[in-house]
Design a protein around this ligand. Structure first.
Ligand SMILES: [Zn+2]
Length: 141
């Protein structure tokens, strides 16, 4: 990892500390453009804003999809204090961002908190294929 990349990661870690001191879970992220300039920074605000989706990685992915042309988004790098969770990874896959660089791995994070985590929500399906396919049929062609 380059010294410049380490600097951006250290900024993400500082944002995580700011999130924690502001009353939120300790996670922070920033998005760096193709020219190496910081485009936007975010902190986790799930508790203070009462929104389970307000992870910094997800907020940056949404911002990028709303504000960046696809060719610019593809040249960006997200630096984040921790490996993105499943929710954020799904959004990142749809965002068109170029790359994600993280500090703590998900496994390392798990080692820093009590065992457990979020329970799986039971899924039931598929069902009603002939009806459910109607609004989808032809959309992607
Ligand atoms: Zn997340």
């Amino acid at each position: 990892m380059t010294p410049e990349a380490e600097g951006f990661l250290r900024r993400a870690i500082a944002l995580a500390a700011e999130a924690r001191s502001g009353g939120n879970p300790p996670f922070g992220s920033l998005l760096v453009g193709p020219d190496g300039a910081v485009l936007i920074e975010e902190r986790n605000t799930t508790l203070t804003e009462g929104n389970i989706s307000f992870h910094p990685e997800l907020k940056l992915a949404v911002w990028a999809a709303q504000h960046l042309a696809p060719e610019v988004a593809a040249g960006t790098t997200m630096y984040t204090s921790c490996q993105p969770c499943g929710m954020c990874s799904g959004a990142l896959a749809r965002s068109g961002l170029g790359k994600v660089v993280f500090a703590l791995s998900g496994e390392q994070l798990d080692g820093l908190k009590p065992a457990g985590g979020f329970p799986e929500v039971p899924l039931e399906g598929p069902a009603l294929y002939d009806e459910a396919r109607v609004p989808v049929d032809g959309y992607y062609s």
